[in-house]
Write a protein that binds this ligand. Sequence first.
Ligand code: HEC
Length: 276
Amino acid sequence: MVRLGALAVGLFFVIAVLWGAVQPREASPPDPVKAVHEHPEQIAWTHNGPGNLGILGTFDRKQLQRGFQVYREVCSACHSINRVAFRDLADLGFSEAEIKAIAVSYDIPTINDAGEPTTRKGTPADRFPLVYPNEAAARAAQNGAYPPDLSLMTKARPDGTNYVRSLMLGYRDEVPKTLTAPEGLYYNPWFHSVFIAMPPPLAADDQVTYADGTKGTRENYATDVATFLTWTAEPKLEARKATGVAAVIFLLIMTGLGYLSYKKVWADIKRKPAKA
Ligand code: HEC
């Protein structure tokens, strides 16, 4: 009796599912934002290694320094990288003296002896300070929009490195007829809602004069700053890959040893003659 009941319930669900499958779906109107939203352009990154596979690869130090320069001269007006300490910049190939010089150029909030908030000069042990004391202050200064901290941005978005680069280069003057630009927002089909509050940060070539003489093009700025932000999000990327490679080599050697000892252990054992 119980079995029959269970069978009936099971059958009911099977029929319900099949019924759902054969029902014609209501045609939903095409979403005009989805129709124009673009996926990040894929390019080859040195930190992704040969074939862009992501298994091997190291950061290009000069490129990281250029990306940092773009961040410092352009993005840092609105965005913090509060998870990064000045001394971490040693990874980029900066000397101790250079790091000190960078650190003192920033004011770090602190409390003085009288208990009042004030600022002091940065030291290598400090982290990059916030641009605004909190989100409300940021929104108040940015017309209601919030420029997020960029330390982990390339991890926070799918395909983050390509995304940041595409977003930088993705501003378009021509808004599709299917959409109306909200007041004060910019059309950028790489942003999730395709209208972004950030004014085009890399609007022109020669906006930044690279210290290493690399050509100052929007494309270079976007690629370099995306690389820099990949490092801020994963400064240990190279160490992680090196560990992976070492682990694979270790496993290969152990497999070889295992095979050889197997041969040795079984070398004297005669095979049983096959049964007639
Ligand atoms: C004038 C201020 C300003 C500058 C300069 C600026 N941004 Fe922004 N940025 C914003 C604001 C505001 C937002 C939030 C946009 C929104 O939510 O519509 C934002 C958002 C972003 C986002 C997040 C997009 C997302 O998917 O949520 C990224 C990434 C970004 N900016 C990168 C940069 C980089 C890289 C630079 C430097 C090359 C830069 N920004 C320079 C104001 C700025």
